[in-house]
Write a protein that binds this ligand. Structure first.
Ligand code: PLP
Length: 419
């Protein structure tokens, strides 16, 4: 690589660091192109992408069908606002309803926006149905993550996300995740909704324990509270089922929020609403200028069709097993992994005590070894590869991951020896 190219990159990185708000700390590289589960930076270094842009590029990078649909729809019509219908959004809404419990759909642009809509819908539903102003409380769970807007960050029961943003909006209550016995006392007549991730993602890749979601559902029915599943990260095939809550038998939600992989990488979110609350939000009560964007909707239709295919779900199951097997082998070989958990292609490797708190450091060592993985909190490495990842892509990624762990381990042993 020519010197001038290096200089250009360094200058670009410098500019990014200077001109972005410092709320992110991006890795020191500039990604340039991608194909399938592989990415290349501007220096030509290749990475196997086992994070899929945090569960977004579910069909990988540069998928020919998605790119063609995007170009075609972009050339035809790419924005109309919500003052008018467009065919891709109508068809997507129809197909989402046909494939799920939903009767109606609200489109937006992100997970936080979908959850914000669900929070507003729950409050409005309670105000119409019950009038009683005490029935406005939304129950969420410690370790959960629901977004960064003021209401969704308040729904996120993790104090580290709240600090400095007070006063937070009222009307939220927090309970312990997977504490099934304690639910009865947490949900009452004041509860208008329960908002819960069927697998906690950011909180460490923690699946709901058997019976937990069913008990939430029972309590919601008993107290006429809406049951809202946040499937922003876990939904759309990632867990090996269309929705992760479907691993629990017989639980039918009132609302499900999705985003991330819905349009395969274009910004799109949606709130799916079942019959109990489908007519709650009347004209003027809520909205989003870009919601239902025709380009995103056209691409999302193709994503949904493929996510609903037996082939893709079979790949999630098979590659999920292969990924898990590699991690379990590493658990046996190296002293760094304590536990492997999750479902389908949403998997967390919990670090052993000696490595606790060092997930961020390991993520960077992995990147230097040519594999992109994520962290979920300080103690868990998180894997969310594209759902259509190929055998050789996963194998190559896991070989690089194993090499990265070995390098980190021997560097740690060396520095312990020196001390
Ligand atoms: C479960 C869950 N809900 C909501 C969000 C927020 O989504 P967004 O970043 O698109 O607003 C996330 C993002 O990580 C998430 O994992």
């Amino acid at each position: 690589m020519k010197d001038s190219a290096h200089k250009t990159d360094d200058a670009l990185l410098e500019s990014g660091r200077k001109h972005y708000l410092p709320n992110y700390a991006p890795a020191p590289m500039i990604l340039d192109r991608g194909k399938g589960a592989r990415l290349w930076d501007t220096q030509g270094k290749e990475y196997v992408d086992l994070g899929a842009g945090i569960s977004v590029t579910a069909l990988g990078h540069g998928d020919e069908e998605l790119v063609a649909i995007m170009a075609e729809q972009g050339a035809r019509l790419w924005h109309v606002s919500n003052l008018y219908f467009s065919e891709p959004a109508i068809r997507l809404a129809e197909e989402l309803c046909a494939a799920t419990f939903a009767e109606r759909v609200f489109f937006c642009n992100s997970g936080a926006e979908a959850n914000e809509a669900a929070i507003k819908l729950a409050r409005k539903h309670a105000s119409i149905r019950h009038g009683d102003e005490r029935k406005r409380e939304i129950l969420t769970f410690r370790g959960g993550f629901h977004g960064r807007t003021l209401a969704t960050v308040t729904a996120t029961a993790q104090p580290k996300y709240h600090q400095g943003f007070e006063p937070l909006p009222g009307g939220f209550r927090y309970a312990d995740y997977n504490e099934t016995e304690a639910l009865e006392a947490e949900i009452g007549d004041r509860t208008c909704a329960v908002l819960v991730e069927p697998i906690q993602g950011e909180g460490g890749v923690v699946p709901a324990a058997p019976g937990f979601l069913a008990e939430i559902s029972r309590c919601c029915r008993r107290h006429e509270a809406l049951l809202i599943f946040d499937e922003v990260q876990s939904g759309l095939g990632r867990s090996g089922r269309l929705f992760a809550h479907q691993w629990e038998e017989g639980v039918v939600p009132d609302v499900v929020t999705i985003a991330k992989s819905l349009a395969g990488g274009l910004p799109m979110g949606a709130m799916l609403v079942g019959p109990a609350a489908a007519d709650t939000l009347q004209p003027g009560s809520h909205g989003s200028t870009f919601g239902g964007n025709p380009v995103a909707a056209a691409v999302a239709r193709a994503v949904l069709r493929r996510v609903l295919s037996k082939e893709l779900i079979a790949n999630v199951e098979r590659q999920g097993e292969r990924l898990r097997a590699r991690l379990l082998a590493l658990h046996n070989e190296s002293g760094m992994i304590e536990e492997v958990r999750g479902r389908g292609l949403m998997i967390g490797a919990v670090l052993r005590k000696e490595w606790a708190g060092r997930a961020g450091e390991l993520v960077e060592i992995c990147r230097q070894h040519g594999v992109l993985v994520l962290q979920a909190g300080p103690d868990v490495l998180r894997f969310l590869p594209p759902l259509n990842i190929l055998d050789e892509e996963l194998d190559e990624g896991m070989d690089r991951f194993a090499a990265a762990l070995a390098a980190a381990d021997s560097a740690a042993a060396e520095s312990a020896g020196v001390e």
